[in-house]
Design a protein around this ligand. Structure first.
Ligand code: AMP
Length: 214
């Protein structure tokens, strides 16, 4: 059950399962800091840092950035937000990352949600996904709500991520199956996993997410 003591929500799901959209809503409603490792890495790339340059080579082909790099980045974030509730989106993605996370989150109450979708739906969603360059809000080209001027509600320009192209999408899904799916078992064994069917509109999924959080 999600009460004031819960300090860490882990959101699992394949790329394109709708994690980002649900993450924004969960963070706002339950007052959590939203940590997306993908967004952190893209910011490093935009700022042309050393970390960004080395991460880009992996991201461009849909591979995972090495665990030690990611764990260091996330640990720094946790140490800066030691007293805040945190929502993790896109992390952990491997068993090694989950084990690393467990080492620096001792004492936090953890809730894990997995948004489950079929591979076909994921490919379609990712191909039509557009993101705001400024606030990172996610849009879907195929929905009637897509802004005709290709501008976010904040005024930022919408763009297609380099790794949302078909070839890279296939690699990312294969990587998810091989390296991230085992986390479902990992968290199930710890007794705090909720699985949520990700089919339907963002609002439908949001209703189910709130039901799981309770
Ligand atoms: P995302 O925005 O979560 O889909 O992440 C985009 C890309 O960033 C992934 O395909 C990986 O290359 C990299 N990335 C993001 N989070 C992680 C992570 N936890 N571990 C390794 N690589 C990551």
């Amino acid at each position: 059950m999600f009460d004031e003591k819960v300090k860490l929500v882990i959101l699992l799901g394949a790329p394109g399962a709708g994690k980002g959209t649900q993450a924004e809503r969960i963070a706002a409603k339950y007052n959590l800091k939203h940590l997306s490792t993908g967004d952190l890495l893209r910011a490093e790339i935009e700022n042309s840092t050393e970390l960004g340059k080395s991460a880009q080579a992996y991201m461009n082909v849909g591979k995972l950035v090495p665990d030690d790099v990611i764990l260091k980045m996330v640990e720094t974030y946790f140490s800066r937000h030691a007293d805040c509730g945190i929502l993790l989106d896109g992390f952990p993605r491997t068993i090694a990352q989950a084990e690393g996370l467990a080492r620096f989150t001792v004492g936090r109450n953890i809730l894990t949600l997995s948004i489950d979708v079929e591979a076909d739906a994921v490919i379609e969603r990712l191909s039509s996904r557009r993101s705001c360059k400024v606030c990172k809000k996610i849009y879907n080209l195929a929905l009637p709500t897509y802004p005709p001027d290709e501008r976010c509600e904040c005024g930022g320009e919408l763009y297609q991520r380099d790794d949302d192209k078909p070839e890279t999408i296939r690699n990312r899904l294969a990587v998810y199956d091989a390296q991230t799916m085992p986390l479902i078992e990992f968290y199930r064994n710890q007794g705090f996993l909720h699985r949520i069917p990700g089919s339907g509109s963002p609002d439908d999924v949001w209703t189910k997410v709130q039901g799981a959080i309770g």
